[in-house]
Ligand binder design. Structure first.
Ligand SMILES: [Zn+2]
Length: 292
């Protein structure tokens, strides 16, 4: 059997500038791909249009370029995949796996697991409702390349989950599975805050008969105060004027040797040559890198 080609990706939401935590994730997936002779793609997760901020996309590209993280091929946008999402939904529906759910956010407030309220109502009109997929009572297991073995039975955790929102936008779980499959992504290296989304994605891949990628969840880095460095926190955008220093700090956080080289290209070449996936910590070390 032919060994599958390594294809990695970085998929930011254009809801703000790139933050340090995202740079660390981008760098990890970039180095893992490049050190395995793989391709590395950038995809813009722009489906959730209310969260999309004008100009954010361009700032993200600029930051990636300043840090030497050059991607392969054209930028892909989720908004160009609407037909693919639709046919995947039809596929699930034909298998009898979907049901309409009109439970309000308020009704489900505070619940982690969907209680199955609408599961057996057998409503034939699926329009204007959220759509959920029936999850099987079975464990989904994967061997994460950073975190190790992870097992989850969805009937015990989240229950039947949303694949299409009431406003017709596919859920993150649905979109990311289709996007990654369309780009033939073989290795998904992303933030560990998405670890507990993976079983839902494995379930969808199984139901849609899609091949399984390898997963690697890198720690999500925080301020010393413990605030997650995401676009939702007050964390500041990375300072594109100091790309070498930013890369050195990111490498340190990823447990990699920190080269003394000065230019971005030299740093990345050295980091790629020395990349050791096994050295990536499972949990974040807390470093006050904001002062770097
Ligand atoms: Zn419901």
């Amino acid at each position: 059997m032919l060994k599958k080609r390594y294809v990695g990706r970085f998929a930011p939401t254009p809801s703000g500038p790139l933050h340090f935590g995202s740079l660390v994730t981008a760098l990890a997936s970039y180095l893992d791909a490049r050190s395995h002779g793989g391709d590395w793609h950038v995809r813009i997760d722009d489906l959730d249009s209310p969260r999309v901020v004008n100009g954010a996309e361009k700032r993200i590209f600029t930051s990636l370029e300043k840090h030497g993280l050059e991607w392969d091929g054209p930028i892909v946008r989720q908004s160009s995949h609407r037909d693919l999402y639709q046919s995947a939904l039809e596929n699930l529906d034909k298998q009898g796996l979907l049901f309409a759910c009109d439970c309000s956010r308020r009704k489900l407030a505070g619940r982690i697991k969907y209680p199955g309220t609408c599961r057996d109502l057998n409503r034939s009109n699926l329009a204007h409702s959220a759509l959920r997929v029936r999850v099987p009572d079975q464990p989904y297991e994967f061997n994460d390349l950073v975190q190790g073995i992870y097992t989850e039975n969805l009937t015990c955790t989240v229950g039947d989950f949303v694949v299409s929102r009431r406003d017709g936008i596919p859920s993150y779980q649905m979109a990311v599975v289709i996007d990654d499959d369309e780009q033939e992504v073989s290795h998904i290296m992303r933030g560990a805050d998405l670890m507990d989304n993976t079983a839902r994605q494995l379930c969808l891949r199984e139901k849609l008969n899609l091949s399984l990628p390898r997963y690697a969840h890198v720690p999500v880095f925080t301020h010393s105060s413990g605030v997650k460095l995401s676009k939702h926190s007050e964390a500041t955008a990375i300072d594109d004027r100091f790309p070498s220093q930013n890369l050195q700090t990111a490498l340190q956080l990823l447990g990699q040797p920190v080269p003394a080289e000065k230019t971005v290209d030299e740093l990345l070449a050295s980091a790629c040559a020395n990349w050791e996936r096994a050295m990536v910590p499972k949990t974040p070390s807390i470093i006050d890198f904001v002062s770097v």
